[in-house]
Design a protein around this ligand. Structure first.
Ligand code: SAM
Ligand code: FES
Length: 354
């Protein structure tokens, strides 16, 4: 009976790229026998759209100063054990130059919500990057801002924005964030970013505290219907200086399964095999690719500051030079039959999705 129902649900996901929330939940709860067939199908769909290409984004972690206090995050405001830093404009531009040399055509500027980086500071910086590298994508990942600010940064030349929704369940969101942070505000930011014209990235952690298959089913339905251009998912990993220090990490198995389901629910989505996935398993990113991921985001931050952008315990690549990260990923992707390419790595819509 379980077998019959599972067959019906997986068949529907593969054919229609859509399930009811209850069906997603059932699939997660009974995934044992669905895992391998769905991974195979996710791989097939990925190859149909993106061939053997893996897109790379150079990640520049330009500030670890943050006004927020997300309960899971290692650089949260109340963690006094972090040595805080902020890269200068010159350091950021140097990272871009080095990245360009290494073949990156997308730069991701990520950081905490650092009040120093007002529009007055960011607009000229983005303009410079835009002027210097007209063919590159400029991605921002700097949290929640006013609509006018998103607009100003877009007008300056930023074209993508990563803002994980973290969880699609309002009650769950409240358990992961301190009083004062708002689920609705975050979701509204995603809508504004899209209206302005950014390619947007949503996403969530797998195995975050209090998460059950119910919340995950909501996340999947949200991704299926909102259709963000990118979806970042990786395991939650505890950080020793946060309130969640004793919570268990999310698993490789569930993360890979969800990568496959997301690929099938929204076939064209740009889906990274994240650093967090590479942290919980030495071949996590390769396994992510074999489950349907098609993007990797090697680190371009200066080595001196890397150890201070520790979102969770034991984060990988802390001491590596940017060039090492790049060639390491190149090699890893070759072991799973993929090839890292040098271009912006834009979303490709299938005829059916136009
Ligand atoms: N401040 C920006 C924001 O909030 O969107 C960008 C930086 S924030 C550190 C980037 C992402 O790191 C978050 O969206 C969250 O999902 C992830 N993250 C934070 N702490 C984590 C942890 N302990 N384990 C796994 N991922 C984590
Ligand atoms: Fe701000 Fe994590 S709490 S980046």
């Amino acid at each position: 009976e379980v077998e019959e129902k599972l067959k019906r649900i997986t068949g529907k996901l593969i054919r229609e790229h859509s399930l009811e929330e209850e069906e997603y939940r059932y699939l997660i709860d009974h995934r044992e026998d669905a895992r391998d067939p769905l991974a195979r199908e996710a791989r097939r769909v990925t190859e149909q759209i993106y061939g053997d290409e893996i897109f790379v984004r150079g990640l520049i972690e330009f500030t670890n100063i943050c006004r927020n206090d997300c309960l899971y995050c290692g650089i949260r405001n109340s963690n006094e054990n972090v040595e805080r830093y902020r890269l200068t404009e010159k350091q950021i531009l140097d990272c871009c130059a080095e990245g360009y040399e290494l073949g990156y055509r997308t730069f991701v500027l990520q950081g905490g919500e650092d009040g120093y980086f007002s529009d007055e500071v960011l607009v000229p910086l983005i303009r410079k990057i835009r002027r210097e590298y007209p063919e590159c994508a400029i991605t921002l990942s700097i949290g929640e801002r006013e609509r006018a600010s998103y607009q100003a940064l877009f007008d300056a030349g930023a074209d993508r924005y990563l803002l994980r929704h973290e969880t699609a369940d309002e009650g769950h969101y409240r358990k992961l964030h301190p009083e004062g942070m708002s689920f609705r505000h975050r979701m509204n930011c995603l809508r504004e970013l899209r209206e302005i014209g950014y390619a947007v990235g949503a996403g969530f952690m797998v195995g975050s505290p209090f998460q059950t298959s119910r919340e995950l089913a909501e996340d999947l339905k949200f991704i299926e219907t909102f259709r963000p251009e990118m979806c970042g998912i990786g395991p939650f990993i505890p950080h020793r200086d946060t309130p969640f220090r004793n919570e268990p990490a999310g698993t490789l198995e569930l993360t890979c399964f969800l990568l496959s389901v997301i690929r099938l629910a929204w076939p064209s989505v740009l889906l990274p095999a994240t650093t967090a996935l590479g942290t919980i398993d030495p071949r996590g990113r390769e396994k992510g690719v074999l489950s349907g991921a098609n993007v990797v985001m090697p680190n371009l931050s200066p080595t001196e500051v890397r150890r201070n952008y520790e979102l969770y315990n034991d984060k990988i690549c802390m001491g590596d030079e940017s060039a090492q990260c790049r060639s390491c990923l190149d090699m890893r992707m070759r072991t799973v039959g993929r090839r890292v390419v040098t271009n912006r790595g834009d979303l490709r819509r299938t005829p059916r999705e136009e």
